[in-house]
Design a protein around this ligand. Sequence first.
Ligand SMILES: [Zn+2]
Ligand SMILES: [Zn+2]
Length: 368
Amino acid sequence: MNTIQAAVMARAGGGIELRIDEFPAPDLQPGAVLLKTIYSEVCGTDVHLMHGRLDQVPYPIIPGHVSVGKIEEIAGAVTDIHGRRFRSGDTVTFLDVHETCNACWHCLVAKASTRCPHRKVYGITYSAREGLLGGWSQRIYLKPGVKIVALPEGLTAEDFIAGGCGAPTGLHAVERAAVRLNDFVVVQGGGPVGLSAALFSLLGGAGAVVVVDPAPSRITAARTLGVDFTVDAASPAERISAVMDLTGGRGADVTIEASGNPGAVVEGLQMTRDNGTYAIAGQYTDAGDMTLNPHRHINKKHIDIRGVWGTDFSHLYKAVQLMARHMDRYPLKRMISKVYPLKEAEAALSDVEHRRVVKAVIAPNQDR
Ligand SMILES: [Zn+2]
Ligand SMILES: [Zn+2]
């Protein structure tokens, strides 16, 4: 293959445009891997990128941070965390975060590697001028040191991408929320992050899981995954009272916010029981402020509030293993609403933005 097609988000005259560009086939540095893309996902972050809502994005970029593909070329010996050598033809995914330094204050003292200032993210903080460093491309260039994970036996590319970046993020949220056996868990938002958080809460032994979302397509997806209850009421007061009714008037042991709406935070705090835990995973971009009452909503409730920022390798690795292990119980691929060829990337973005689909994926090597 001499030229490679990729969707490029370029800043043009103040706005952002999406177009298909051709790139030359890259030469591999020692330790690099070239992936033939099978699927790359379209998520809310890509919508934010399209509207220029993230800071310090080096447009033009090739979007697509979570992807799966087949290894086409390897320069030298590249091994996984168990020391097993990757081979051409392996179906793999990789951690989109690269260049976490393990040498700065954040990495070594705060032990908050997801806040490392040196980290780079495929599809977000690499420029298209630096190469094929995003998933909406027929090939993805995995730089030396990118953390690659082979999909375990039985987990298909389709199953994996159905979880997409929501899976490691949802798993991270459940870890931060410290869901315990028999906990009553409320998940605010039935998008990919919320559905994954619901799934991993069930696997973690939750006594009951409730997904709260007014969008019918998301409620249907939550039911497909087998959550115990869904709440689709339109007003915050109705949603809070629905959760109170389900918990004997006490509120949830754990509430996980995955809605992206700042107003959901004050609502979620009211859905959580005294001495419960509230984890915030859905505020990845600055969507604005909200008003809360520190006495009533936090202090008097003796509540534990936790932020969930980004993901590290452990979240991706564990999510992949758990998806493979529990594939039969949780038909993840039914969460994919639509597969788009590269040239329909713009339609995919618009469908995600307007919540016409739960999960959209791009198949850069398919024509239709
Ligand atoms: Zn660092
Ligand atoms: Zn994402």
